[in-house]
Design a protein around this ligand. Structure first.
Ligand SMILES: Cc1cc2nc3c(=O)[nH]c(=O)nc-3n(C[C@H](O)[C@H](O)[C@H](O)COP(=O)(O)O)c2cc1C
Ligand code: SF4
Length: 500
């Protein structure tokens, strides 16, 4: 992963933990409504893909174990990982593109309800993404994949040459000379692997995305409701299709690119179709970027205008992330695909402890606050979720108190310690295992192997019955917290009220 050149090392400092009484009186542990859905607290576990589904995208016991472990900590809400809306092979990514996925997802809903004692609300993030191929070997690309065009012939002055001769000539050129003959997109396909974009309107399936996507998202949302999820989060963030539509880099020349209104058109059309399908009494929100964090991408001003438009349209919540784009991704090794979290924008998305003078904690807070302020100024009360480097109670409570966000997302901190919420609620914050922001977990994510945390995956591995990685080296979920008291009673004594 890219890191800021300053290389300043930071350590997570959670600050003072509240007493049980202070926690009970805090904003963080106060309920909040997201549209028709009530959360018991303003704490949120954002989507994190753990790579535990089957190769066909079906829920496995390991998927259940992952979410069960988060649910035991009783955050206000958990958002299930990015789940594919198309019925196409997507590796071990969870899928919701057909009714056959519903039974597995139903089990997931039941598991979380049981493990959280009915205290945690469960949403699912639904995603569309475009094709991306692995970086090819140079010989294979020039000898086979590259489509030889008249432009190539003209630039090589190769009229009348056979295709084979042209390919042989191209293979002799170094990269600088090749760049004179190939288009920038072809050079990119050689350097990074071929990747589709929403701006490839010459491809019929890309041109027609605005016709196809509302139905695909709406069907997926209907399945989410049938499976029992409390709501859906439309994935409009990072490097994927919907975020590409929103971005200033989207220069499609139809009604879906160029101006800010045009870029918002499809995200709004998708939302409307989802809303029509699931009804007003179902929570529908989205995750999108407070800032694209790449050259020419969306600044916070655009995201604030999108926030107002989304609030106006009736989204029940807006969860803000940042960066995580393909445009500045690192060149992958031959045989691997580009990964959108490897460049500077990837750093903004999941900042790690080696940072710059701003540090890795709360980089998204001020942009989120600006977006929330614009939404409030336009007269909307839509709750805003902010995430990024948040691990301490004072930090979370402070940003709620200062009106910078309405709900606080803890992604890696919940992975490091899924019991953060319950420990803090019980006045036992000093037992929290604080995330070190090493991005060991993110490196596993990048390899598409089961995600675990370095702070616990080698601990108590001889416990009977625990799930481990196939090589037996890592446990798949954090060891259970042994608080030495009756949790249900302790929470009841702390004044917890269960929302029906
Ligand atoms: C292993 C891993 C998987 C992730 N998968 C997703 C995902 O599926 N969807 C998403 O919107 N964000 C995803 N993220 C980003 C997180 O939701 C979050 O925005 C990011 O980690 C920054 O928050 P944090 O500092 O609290 O970890 C993932 C992060 C990690 C570490
Ligand atoms: S591996 Fe654990 S400690 Fe390191 S960043 Fe991920 S969650 Fe935090």
């Amino acid at each position: 992963m890219w890191r800021p050149p300053e290389r300043i090392k930071w350590s997570a400092e959670p600050g003072r933990w509240p007493t049980r009484e202070e926690a009970a009186a805090s904003r963080l542990f106060r309920p909040v409504d997201i549209g028709p859905l009530s959360l018991e607290s303003r704490s949120w576990v954002p989507a994190m893909v753990p790579w535990r589904a089957t190769g066909d995208g079906i829920v496995t016991p390991e998927v259940l174990g992952w979410y069960e472990r988060f649910a035991r900590g009783r955050p206000g809400a958990i958002v299930v990982e990015a789940t594919g809306i198309r019925d196409i092979p997507s590796g071990p990514l969870l899928r919701i593109g057909d009714d056959r996925f519903i039974p597995g997802l139903k089990t997931l809903v039941e598991t979380v309800a049981r493990a959280s004692g009915g205290h945690t609300r469960l949403l699912i993030q639904i995603i569309d993404f475009l094709a991306i191929r692995r970086r090819p070997r140079r010989e294979r690309f020039l000898g086979e994949f590259l489509r030889i065009t008249d432009d190539h012939r003209a630039r090589l002055d190769a009229a009348g040459w056979t295709e084979q001769r042209i390919r042989a000539r191209l293979a002799e050129l170094d990269d600088a000379a090749l760049a004179e003959i190939l288009s920038p997109r072809e050079m990119e396909a050689l350097r990074m692997g071929y990747r589709e974009r929403v701006t490839d309107v010459g491809l019929p399936h890309i041109r027609d995305l605005p016709e196809v996507l509302p139905g695909l998202f709406a069907d997926a949302a209907r399945r989410a409701r049938e499976a029992g999820f409390d709501g859906v989060e439309l994935h409009y963030a990072h490097a994927y299709t919907m975020s590409q539509f929103l971005s200033r880099l989207n220069d499609r020349d139809d009604l879906y690119g160029g101006s800010l209104e045009n870029r918002a058109r499809l995200p709004l059309e998708v939302f409307r179709r989802v809303r029509e399908t699931v009804g007003e009494d179902y929570a529908v929100g989205c995750r999108y970027l407070a800032e694209d964090c790449v050259d020419g991408g969306n600044p916070v001003e655009d995201s604030a205008r999108f926030g107002v438009a989304f609030a106006e349209a009736g989204f029940d919540f807006l969860s803000l992330s940042r960066g995580g784009r393909f445009e500045d991704a690192k060149q992958p090794a031959v045989g691997s695909a580009a990964y959108p979290y490897t460049g500077p924008s990837g750093y903004e998305c999941m900042p790690q402890y080696v940072s710059d003078a701003r540090g890795p904690f709360g980089r998204n807070v001020e942009p989120a606050a600006a977006i929330r302020a614009a939404i409030r100024a336009a007269g909307h009360a839509t709750p805003v979720v902010v995430t990024g480097g948040i691990h301490g109670f004072e930090q979370a409570e402070g940003l709620l108190r200062d009106g910078k966000a309405d709900i606080v997302g803890f992604a890696r901190q919940s992975l490091a310690d899924p019991d953060w919420f319950i420990k803090v609620r019980l006045g036992r914050g000093d037992e929290v295992v604080v995330c070190e922001y090493t991005n060991y977990c993110e490196a596993l994510d990048q390899k598409h192997v089961p995600v675990t945390c370095k702070l616990w995956d080698r601990k108590r591995r001889d416990e009977p019955g625990i799930a481990k990685t196939p090589d037996g080296k890592r446990r798949l979920t954090a060891p259970l917290w042994e608080p030495g008291l009756d949790l249900e009673r302790a929470l009841a004594d702390s004044g917890d009220v269960r929302l029906s």
